[in-house]
Write a protein that binds this ligand. Sequence first.
Ligand code: NAP
Length: 291
Amino acid sequence: MKGVIHVPPLASRPARLPFVLVNLAISADGKIATANRTVSSFGSPRDLAHLYALRATADAVMCGARTVRDEGVTLDTGGTRYRRLRLTHGLAEHHLRVIVSGSGSLDPALPIFRRLPMSCPMRAPGRQLVGRVPRPGGEGSWPLSSSKKTRPPPENPPPPVSPAPLIILTTERAGATRCARLAAVADAVLVCGVQEVNWPAALAHLRARWGIERLLCEGGGELNDALFRAGLVHELHLTICPLLLGGRQAPTLADGVGFPRLIDAAQFRLVRRRRVGDELFCVFRRRDPRG
Ligand SMILES: NC(=O)c1ccc[n+]([C@@H]2O[C@H](COP(=O)([O-])OP(=O)(O)OC[C@H]3O[C@@H](n4cnc5c(N)ncnc54)[C@H](OP(=O)(O)O)[C@@H]3O)[C@@H](O)[C@H]2O)c1
């Protein structure tokens, strides 16, 4: 079926997977939305600028199906200034967008599908390796923002590529009919796994076939949990906001199955933090399991 690719499980874990970052705004009690899910954006304009600037360092931005359905997100670049910022990083003008839906039940009328995507090469001329992607403004201007401190675009920036491609990660649960419906509105539908997405296989495919070296995940809690449990998150960017949402049913940073034992918990160390106004911007990096 055109546009639907069945990604086989891997025989062994590949050495080359994307560097995965998770970025979210959380309330002081760790919630990412209200219990009734009507409110999920509560960060300051500074936090929004940080989100766009972080997107501008990534090859792809990913989120879960419920976030797409609840919030109507489009995972855009954030506008011209951030697209310019991408070019200064040696990245393509648009990042690739990835939606995760094991069931494949996404409404093609959702805002994220509105702009008809076209296939485009992910690599702009002169694109640098992920490890060398310069951070905008360095430590001094962190949290990231596209303020005047960032470098201007080069004299002759690479020609813009086509609008952000869209990929759906799904499973065999979706079935042929849903996959075909999604393939009509996305650039690719990747069937990776039977019930749940097989993450090593999916990420290896994204890296090998789509050039994704740096993948930014923006939640929600269930998707984050799956990535944490798979041990695939390298960095966690949290904006701790000065409010308390409460509510047992309110989604949190990591929901889903979780870790049953302390010894299994995903371990991180705090590598950066900065207070701006009443918000705390934190970066945690995965602890090497070998210690
Ligand atoms: N404050 C923030 O920064 C922030 C950021 C993002 C989201 N949010 C909020 O968080 C809430 C959504 O979070 P959520 O945890 O309920 O949902 P979610 O993680 O956004 O999406 C869950 C859905 O994603 C798919 N999925 C996730 N992991 C999967 C896996 N391993 N394999 C297959 N499919 C998988 C499934 O889709 P199917 O059901 O289609 O199979 C699942 O139902 C919303 O209220 C949103 O507004 C807040």
